[in-house]
Write a protein that binds this ligand. Sequence first.
Ligand code: GTP
Ligand code: SPV
Ligand code: MN
Length: 592
Amino acid sequence: MTKNKYILNWIDEMAAMTQPDKIVWIDGSDEQTEALREEACSTGEIIKLNQDLLPNCYLHRTAVNDVARVEGRTFICTSKKEDAGNINNWMAPAECYEKLSKLYRGAMKGRTMYVIPYSMGQVGSSFAKYGIELTDSIYVVLNMLIMTRAGAHVLEAMGDSPDFIKGLHAKADIDEENRYICHFPEDNTIWSVNSGYGGNVLLGKKCFALRIASYLGRKEGWMAEHMLILGLQNPKGEIKYISAAFPSACGKTNLAMLIPPEIYQKQGYKVWCVGDDIAWLRVGEDGRLWAVNPENGFFGVAPGTNDKSNPNALETTKRDTIFTNVVHDLDNNTVWWEGLDNNPPANAIDWKGNPWDYKKFDKKDKSTCGAHPNSRFTSLAKNCPCISDKFDDPKGVPISAIIFGGRRAKTAPLVYQSFGWQHGTFVGSIMASETTAAAAGAVGVVRRDPMAMRPFVGYDMGDYWAHWLAMGKTIPNAPKIFHVNWFRTDDEGHFIWPGFGDNMRVLMWILDRCEDKVDAVETAIGYVPKAEDINIEGLEGITLDTIRELVSVDVESWKEDIANIKEFYNLVGERVPAELKEELAALEARLG
Ligand code: GTP
Ligand code: SPV
Ligand code: MN
């Protein structure tokens, strides 16, 4: 399909190592895709679901030991250790290549190597970057065909260029002890072995579009961020765009597709989704920051997705979708997950492939779940009812506001605005959140997750913050920076803020602030709303006092946080920019 010698030589080399029985080039045609689906169904790799109820939908179960990203086994392999920084795991490139070569050697014997040419971003646009993933998994091929723009047209766009990201993935034995997700930013290379789960193996996503892209962005003067992008349309038809960085499983997909509360719908407000996970941002000729979503689909969390919380996502999953690790309803040959509805299937198979008795499901005991808490749907962005007409626009969209956020039971208020770009960068750098099921490890532990990028920065965290500060100086008309927290809890541990669609009420305040339409109260941490400026019309059980409580700044818990922030800055190490240390000292002084 190509004469590009860089591509062909590299594939020869990888094939000599992994020794597949045959090599198949993915062209993106319906015929080939359909043949691959049939083959994967025949081996049980995927299950064809009820085609009347869920046309073109399939179910896949990963190995029980392989259900989330593995941060402990994710490496940044730069020639100098300092360049990977203290937050990333590091291995010397030569050592890593040698170690993984042994795991790859002969790993594709008896298997097929699929060659997937793909683009992150609209093919041919100035934002687009190309990659090739070699994989022995049809599941990966089918997911990449949804999540990226893939096929023969990408090879054409690549021409004779040596400039592409080389990704190699082999399932090998799905052996946890030998699972590695390794990045060689200096070589434009990604090697993944012994996993078959999403973020570990769909190499265009976190590996390329965040880890490698963040490295390239620093070199080339742009930004790759773990951000959703949405457009909020007012009754006059004007659309303002917002991007928001929340850690994994903290509400990006939900916010990106939110349905406005009735009071806003009646007035004619609408929300459009441009992206739900990753944004690439560049300074435009007009001096504003412009964003594209480099992906082509959504790899969304299934549990909790329902017709109240996220009807747009639910609708998107009704066709052309691959479900991973959800419940299989045998009576209808459909799927189910916790939080979909109150009718769990009576005759069902759980995510592990065992018969599942919903009567034994105990909300407090995750081991009784039918669907894995990190079970996912892979769906086409174009099937989303609220997809923005700018989704495919090679120019992207201009960003008015950047929002950071996380899960904090107490410390962070519902919303606050930073004092400017530098302070906003500081706010991003001290982000913290309770851990979720999206990564292997304990759930519910507070950890610092700067810009929601802790697992995804492909270089030193201090340098990454310096890049944020430097970018700010190149954007004459920079977005305003905010922080939100939908997850404050009361003394019984219940969320106080209703969240989901009602988060629009907070977005309205944010956009009003961007346009200088509303006042705010200056506090030690930033500007918070006056309670009466958050619209609570039509909200049951929420009064102005509730809002006052939600936007209050608990000085004592912030003081406690300062010690933890200092510890984290120490961990990041020498390259923490002086400006951020000054911001930290200033915050400490303001707290008194
Ligand atoms: P990744 O795909 O892992 O990057 O996750 P994400 O950030 O897109 O998270 P997602 O929108 O899938 O939400 C994850 C979980 O948070 C789901 O269980 C949601 O139900 C829950 N959630 C999302 N938004 C809200 C909210 O406003 N309030 C509350 N209480 N929960 C929310
Ligand atoms: C995340 O964990 O942030 C995800 C899912 O979006 S994964 O693709 O597995 O990284
Ligand atoms: Mn994500």
